[in-house]
Design a protein around this ligand. Structure first.
Ligand code: SAH
Ligand code: CA
Length: 213
């Protein structure tokens, strides 16, 4: 979902760093072979994830929602030399395409894939994270936040994707639309949380940056 006109969107992308070749290939292969390729972060958002990660220079990164591995590779670009990126996805069919690109990227040894429900896996990873990217099922965003808070420290950053949900967060929400209902309360919770400083950026489908105080 783009909230700015297409021609401005093109201008923005053209005046931002180019998409690295490996990521172009992954983008292409995802569109050819995998269901719902629109979920992939893509060129512009990928470059944002990369530059934010480079600014933070994290040791430990957690990603919730790997899909084909595009955003993981962008986040890995900023990771410390001996850093680790843990990434979780419930869909085991994506494992091989993820691994193929992780290994080709040179970050293969530093990216740890977890297959299963993030609600079960997050508590099992005994680490403090410097950077977290939340991008899995929207109905669990509040639950993910609860599970993550003990694994963060002052200065840790949480990035939350798709928080504008194509603008649905502004419209009347039907009782059975759990994803939108959760995002509405999640956005409020991030903003009001006593341990977080939060800015919601209107990038793509909405990307929130929250910093732990
Ligand atoms: N971060 C990726 C896109 C993620 S799409 C990118 O930017 O390229 C969302 C992913 O979340 C899907 O691959 C889906 O399988 C996964 N997912 C959905 N529910 C999940 C859950 N409960 N636990 C872990 N992964 C989940
Ligand atoms: Ca997303």
């Amino acid at each position: 979902m783009h909230f700015i006109p297409d021609n401005l969107d093109d201008y923005v992308a053209k005046h931002s760093q180019a998409e690295p070749k490996l990521l172009q290939e992954l983008n292409h292969e995802t569109w050819q072979k995998v269901l719902t390729p629109r979920m992939l972060s893509g060129h512009f958002q990928g470059r944002i994830l990369s530059i934010i990660s480079k600014l933070i220079h994290p040791k430990n990164i957690l990603e919730i929602g790997t899909y084909t591995g595009y955003s993981a590779l962008c986040l890995a670009e900023g990771m410390k030399k001996k850093g680790l990126l843990h990434t979780i996805d419930i869909n085991e069919e994506l494992h091989d395409i993820q691994r193929k690109y992780f290994d080709r990227s040179g970050f293969g040894n530093q990216i740890i894939q977890h297959t299963g429900n993030a609600l079960d896996i997050i508590p099992e990873i005994d680490l403090t994270f410097d950077l977290v990217f939340i991008d899995a099922d929207k109905r669990n965003y509040c639950n993910y936040l609860e599970l993550l808070i003990p694994k963060l420290k002052s200065g840790s950053v949480i990035l939350s994707d798709n928080v504008l949900w194509s603008g649905k967060v502004l419209k009347p929400v039907s009782e059975d639309d759990i994803d939108t209902k959760t995002l509405v309360s999640y956005n409020k919770r991030l903003n009001e949380h006593p341990r977080l400083e939060t800015v919601l950026l209107p990038i793509r489908d909405g990307l929130t940056i929250s910093r732990v105080i």
